[in-house]
Design a protein around this ligand. Structure first.
Ligand SMILES: C[S@@+](CC[C@H](N)C(=O)[O-])C[C@H]1O[C@@H](n2cnc3c(N)ncnc32)[C@H](O)[C@@H]1O
Length: 197
């Protein structure tokens, strides 16, 4: 299975459609556009960002109707408050120290409308085949693994997600661990669906 065949958002399509009536979909860490293409195919207006220019070039070719922007998640998002009806952050919020991660989530929340939907996937501590026990732990949950996308990778336990996305700030719709089978080795990740109250 490739990134383009990983249809993890399909089961959330009704909720996504409803949320996106209020504004476009923001996709963070879009890479080459596997999810971007799917979002466009469903008829959504998509603004997609990534730090990597080569990924954005491939995304532009695969998903020409998306609005693309180079952006580093460690910096503020260049969008007005409450611009988006929904946001997607798939496997891109697990590269940073805790302070940076909480800032990135706060920025994401700022850009979502009240009632806006967030679909998010992050590494699980049980993602052993993708490094959850590898390298030096340089901060609780953050390991120096020198990976493909980043030097550091964070692996989350459910309690970490509750601290990062506290129920006081987010309505939790779903939080489940899933095995993703699109890489050489199965990957264990949390799949979260949250709503901004
Ligand atoms: C594992 S890929 C996930 C791609 C896609 N969202 C998916 O689920 O298939 C991680 C993506 O995060 C991007 N990324 C890594 N560090 C980033 C940063 N500081 N700011 C923005 N994007 C970043 C990478 O360039 C890469 O495209």
């Amino acid at each position: 299975m490739s990134a383009a065949q990983d249809r993890w958002m399909q089961r959330w399509l009704p909720q996504l459609r409803s949320a996106a009536q209020a504004g476009p979909v923001l996709e963070l860490g879009c890479d080459r556009g596997g999810d971007t293409v799917w979002l466009l195919d469903q008829g959504f207006e998509v603004v997609a960002t990534d730090i990597a220019l080569d990924a954005l070039r491939a995304c532009a070719s695969n998903a020409p109707r998306a609005q693309l922007l180079q952006h580093d998640l460690r910096t503020p998002l260049p969008f007005a408050d409450e611009r988006f009806g929904a946001a997607i952050a798939s496997l891109c919020l697990h590269y940073f120290d805790w302070a940076t991660t909480t800032r990135a989530v706060a920025e994401l929340r700022r850009c979502l409308r009240p009632g806006g939907l967030l679909l998010c996937r992050v590494n699980s501590v049980r993602d052993v085949l993708h490094g959850s026990n590898a390298g030096e732990e340089i901060e609780p949950g953050l390991r120096r693994v020198h990976g493909t996308y980043s030097v550091d990778k964070r692996f989350f336990e459910r309690g970490d997600l509750e601290r990062l996305l506290p129920p006081a700030a987010w309505d939790w719709v779903s939080c489940e661990e899933h095995t993703i089978r699109r890489y050489d080795q199965p990957k264990v990740a949390w799949e979260l669906v949250l709503r901004k109250p």
